[in-house]
Design a protein around this ligand. Structure first.
Ligand SMILES: [Zn+2]
Length: 86
């Protein structure tokens, strides 16, 4: 994805809440079916987008988890449904 970057909790706001919720959780990719740990294996990434979730400065970010085992990216609104302990 163009202009995407890793996102982290130090961005604050709702972005930090999302990262805190999913980091190090086991996540099952709905595309390839593999279970990975978010953070070390499946990256949390994002790009600036008004329809996303806000950082501490009010900037919106379209945040997603990038599988790492296959090309699938899953947006912030859906990731929690595929956490193994959700
Ligand atoms: Zn996958």
């Amino acid at each position: 994805m163009q202009n995407d970057r890793p996102v982290s909790a130090n961005m604050g706001g709702d972005v930090a809440d999302f990262v805190d919720d999913v980091l190090f959780e086991e996540w099952r990719c709905p595309s390839c079916g593999k279970t990975t740990t978010i953070g070390p294996r499946s990256d949390i990434r994002g790009y600036e987008h008004d329809g996303g979730i806000n950082d501490k400065n009010g900037q919106g970010w379209w945040v997603y988890v990038s599988c790492g085992e296959c090309p699938h990216d899953e947006s912030f609104g859906r990731v929690k449904y595929n956490l193994q302990n959700y």
